[in-house]
Design a protein around this ligand. Structure first.
Ligand code: SAH
Length: 218
């Protein structure tokens, strides 16, 4: 276990174990995802006033009209991302609280994460550094355009709903790479999709219906 995570009360570990059990019941099978989530202190990624709800399987507000995603959805997206092997370079659009980025940082070699709202970008960066995660790079910008400097990525994960699939993200995927993205407007049911870039083109597969905050244009 990561040494930064030890020393949190037994109560936290027990409630965290219950959350992992719930994720398993809901169909999450990937042991890597489950074990890293078991070790991640989700209560540190939300406001103290909400800490008692940190290990419920719900999205929670993180200010600025944004949310930390529901643990089940985080698990599902991460599972989809690593289902055919662990990618080494991953781009995340929508850093938010930093929880998804922290999970990825424990699994893959290098995480690049982009956030549009400055206080969220600053807070997440500070928290992940304090957790000892050194393989994450942060950028404050509109992630609709991806992060050209470090492309191509083995995988890209978008944690806000896009009205349509941004072309720049497809273009920044390596051949064989995958994009996990919720597509749709907030009034509709959004669809969580996996797109794979092959040498012949792009294939698309639906994971499930979801409800995300919108990807906005900066
Ligand atoms: N992955 C986050 C989920 C945050 S919710 C977590 O684990 O907590 C979605 C985030 O996407 C919000 O923080 C929002 O500000 C951000 N966002 C919305 N549109 C964006 C854009 N165009 N570029 C970058 N970030 C964006």
């Amino acid at each position: 276990m990561n040494k930064n995570i030890q020393g949190i009360g037994m109560t936290s570990q027990r409630t965290r174990d219950r959350l992992i059990e719930r994720l398993r019941v809901k169909g999450i099978r990937n042991v890597t995802v489950l074990e890293v989530m078991r070790s991640l202190p989700r209560h540190l990624f939300i406001d103290e006033a909400l800490a008692t709800r940190a290990y419920e399987d719900d999205a929670l507000p993180i200010g600025h009209k944004q949310t930390i995603s529901q643990p089940y959805i985080v698990a599902r997206m991460t599972e989809a991302l690593i289902s055919e092997g662990i990618p080494s370079k991953v781009l995340e659009i929508g850093t938010g609280s930093g929880y998804q980025a922290a999970l990825l940082a424990h699994i893959v070699e290098k995480v690049y994460t982009v956030e549009l709202i400055k206080p969220l970008y600053q807070q997440a960066r500070k928290l992940l550094i304090s957790l000892g995660l050194r393989n994450v790079q942060y950028k404050l910008s509109d992630g609709t355009w991806g992060w050209e400097n470090y492309a191509p990525y083995d995988a890209i994960i978008v944690t806000a709903a896009a009205p349509e699939i941004p072309n720049s993200l497809i273009n920044q995927l390596a051949i064989g790479g995958r994009l996990i993205i919720p597509v749709g407007t907030q009034d509709d049911v959004q669809q969580l999709l996996t797109l794979k870039r092959t040498s012949e083109g792009v294939t698309q597969e639906k994971i499930e219906d979801v409800s995300f905050v919108p990807l906005v244009r900066g």
